[in-house]
Design a protein around this ligand. Structure first.
Ligand code: HEC
Ligand code: HEC
Ligand code: HEC
Ligand code: HEC
Ligand code: HEC
Ligand code: HEC
Ligand code: HEC
Ligand code: HEC
Length: 326
């Protein structure tokens, strides 16, 4: 008798640790320990217990999201906002008598412009969602196939089959044309018969310059190229979908530049070796661009230039006159 109870106890404990069966829920997304480059992730949960009336999602943003169970529906979906770094997501199943079960998962949101969050800890990895095995779980309710005609913008974005699940990617104030027109496969080509459906472009700079032919010609003809531009790391500075800043820059230009040029953070930028005095790089109005503040791109082109040090004018000295009129 005692032995039986012991085993019953063991099985109960083990199943609690596994979280799955006893919580009355099965998490279909996100995959545990996956890396997210974007600011959002989809939480999809399948309900396996009829006694569940409500599921509460708790995230790092301290926001609580309630999903009420509906008769005849067994899967619930919600896109949540991520904070930089580790994000713990907890789901609590509530029934008539209170809490029935709990499960949680943890994912990582990396931020290339912040050193602290640039490199996810080793136990995290990028995991592809669009595998046949995952898509099969969504297709009872969602259309999963590509329905865009190459180069033809959707008149109404909601007509794109991708929109319902990915609308957060284009919801920021500055949107990149191919993304806000839902021409997703212009960058994420589909793999025929591949392990997963959509490619994450690796040589992204080439994809960018394929469309931006005019810029490609202009920039490549210049004498001096910025290293990350030459390395085709366009997405080190630009978000490919949309962003809070103009040109979907991943941060305000000054922060973007100093995220690599850390030696310029303290404001000790010597721009004139003759007088060898430091020059401000921010916090003052920029006389050459009314309404804007002084920043690195007041004087430097972020991509390429015919003048050394990527100076925008014909020479490092002639640039002074742009702002300092005699
Ligand atoms: C039982 C039907 C059903 C299944 C199965 C289902 N969904 Fe949904 N999903 C919906 C409905 C209905 C909506 C519209 C919003 C709502 O009512 O929750 C939705 C909305 C969404 C959203 C948008 C949520 C938001 O906050 O804007 C995402 C993302 C999503 N589903 C992802 C998925 C994924 C991924 C799968 C497969 C792993 C999946 N869904 C399976 C019914 C389903
Ligand atoms: C049923 C919901 C759903 C639909 C419809 C959907 N996706 Fe996704 N997709 C996801 C989820 C969930 C992820 C994982 C990232 C996340 O949580 O946002 C994802 C990830 C991706 C990724 C990153 C690579 C990967 O496989 O993880 C790409 C690219 C992508 N989707 C493109 C598309 C395109 C293009 C369409 C339209 C043809 C589409 N998706 C339709 C749910 C969906
Ligand atoms: C201009 C090229 C481009 C277009 C257009 C584009 N993407 Fe992306 N997408 C990328 C790149 C590059 C990445 C890799 C992540 C990064 O650099 O931030 C990416 C990453 C993603 C991811 C993974 C996000 C994560 O959290 O890791 C999803 C999901 C996605 N794209 C969906 C879409 C959807 C849906 C569309 C159509 C609205 C779309 N993309 C249009 C270039 C593009
Ligand atoms: C499918 C074609 C296509 C691809 C691929 C593409 N773009 Fe674009 N991009 C456009 C179009 C169209 C516009 C809007 C027209 C314009 O203003 O030049 C645009 C606009 C922009 C702008 C704003 C330009 C302005 O003057 O307002 C930036 C910045 C940009 N793209 C960066 C990128 C980056 C970075 C990539 C690669 C991650 C990329 N683009 C890939 C088509 C593309
Ligand atoms: C080091 C950061 C950085 C990199 C790398 C970078 N950009 Fe930019 N880009 C910027 C900044 C900053 C601006 C805004 C310039 C301004 O406001 O005057 C910009 C502006 C743009 C514009 C619009 C205005 C213009 O100057 O034509 C386009 C298009 C563009 N970038 C495309 C690209 C493409 C394509 C790549 C990759 C080949 C790339 N960028 C790489 C920082 C970068
Ligand atoms: C992804 C990292 C990265 C970012 C972001 C970045 N740079 Fe650079 N930059 C480099 C590297 C690498 C070099 C070449 C090595 C060096 O001189 O430090 C360089 C060189 C330069 C140079 C000297 C070029 C020469 O010919 O001597 C200037 C000027 C410059 N960057 C300005 C900027 C400005 C302005 C920004 C913001 C728009 C910026 N950088 C953002 C990595 C970056
Ligand atoms: C007021 C104009 C101006 C501003 C603002 C400015 N620079 Fe410069 N920068 C210059 C000049 C001029 C040179 C020297 C050119 C030469 O003699 O080769 C230079 C040189 C550089 C160099 C190469 C030499 C070195 O010191 O490493 C880098 C890198 C650089 N700047 C980055 C930046 C960054 C990052 C910012 C923003 C934090 C910035 N600059 C802001 C004008 C400016
Ligand atoms: C994009 C505009 C711009 C350019 C280009 C520029 N400056 Fe300035 N400069 C400023 C601003 C803004 C200030 C701050 C004025 C104030 O304090 O109100 C400043 C201040 C100065 C100061 C005073 C510094 C101090 O600490 O008081 C000197 C000296 C100076 N600049 C020299 C130069 C020289 C030399 C060049 C060319 C190599 C140059 N500037 C290019 C905008 C510019």
């Amino acid at each position: 008798m005692r032995k039986k109870l012991f085993w019953a106890g063991m099985i109960f404990t083990v199943s609690l640790l596994w979280g799955g069966a006893d919580s009355g829920m099965q998490l279909l997304a996100p995959a545990s320990l996956s890396v997210y480059h974007e600011q959002s992730a989809s939480v999809v949960v399948k309900v396996t217990s009829a006694t569940i009336e409500k599921i509460v999602i708790t995230t790092e943003t301290d926001q609580q999201i309630n999903m009420l169970a509906v008769q005849g529906r067994n899967t619930y979906c919600k896109t949540i906002r991520l904070l930089p770094g580790e994000n713990k997501i907890t789901l609590t199943a509530i029934g008539k008598e209170g809490e029935i079960g709990k499960l949680s998962t943890i994912i990582y949101h990396d931020i290339v412009t912040e050193k602290k969050y640039r490199y996810p800890p080793e136990n995290y990895s990028v995991q592809m969602f669009h595998l046949a095995s995952n898509e099969k779980r969504c297709s009872p309710c969602h259309k999963m196939e590509v329905n865009e005609s190459p180069g033809v913008a959707f008149e109404n974005p909601t007509d794109s089959n991708c929109y319902g699940c990915h609308q957060k990617l284009t919801a920021r104030p500055h949107g990149h044309a191919p993304a806000i027109n839902w021409l997703c496969t212009s960058c994420h080509q589909t793999q025929k018969g591949g392990e997963y459906t959509f490619k994450l472009p690796d040589k992204i700079g080439e994809a960018c310059l394929n469309c931006h032919k005019k810029e490609k010609e202009t920039w490549e003809a210049k004498r001096f190229h910025h290293m990350p531009f030459d390395a085709k790391q366009c997405t080190r500075c630009h978000n490919p979908h949309s962003g809070e800043e103009r040109f979907y820059l991943r941060a305000k230009p000054w922060d973007l530049c100093t995220s690599c040029h850390a030696d310029k953070i303290s404001g000790n930028h010597i721009i004139n070796t003759i007088i060898a005095k430091t020059h401000p790089t921010r916090g003052k109005p920029d006389p050459s661009r009314p309404g804007k503040e002084l920043e690195c791109i007041s004087c430097h082109n972020p991509h390429a230039s015919d003048t050394r040090s990527l100076i925008m004018e014909k020479s490092p000295m002639s640039i002074c006159a742009k702002c300092h009129k005699k």
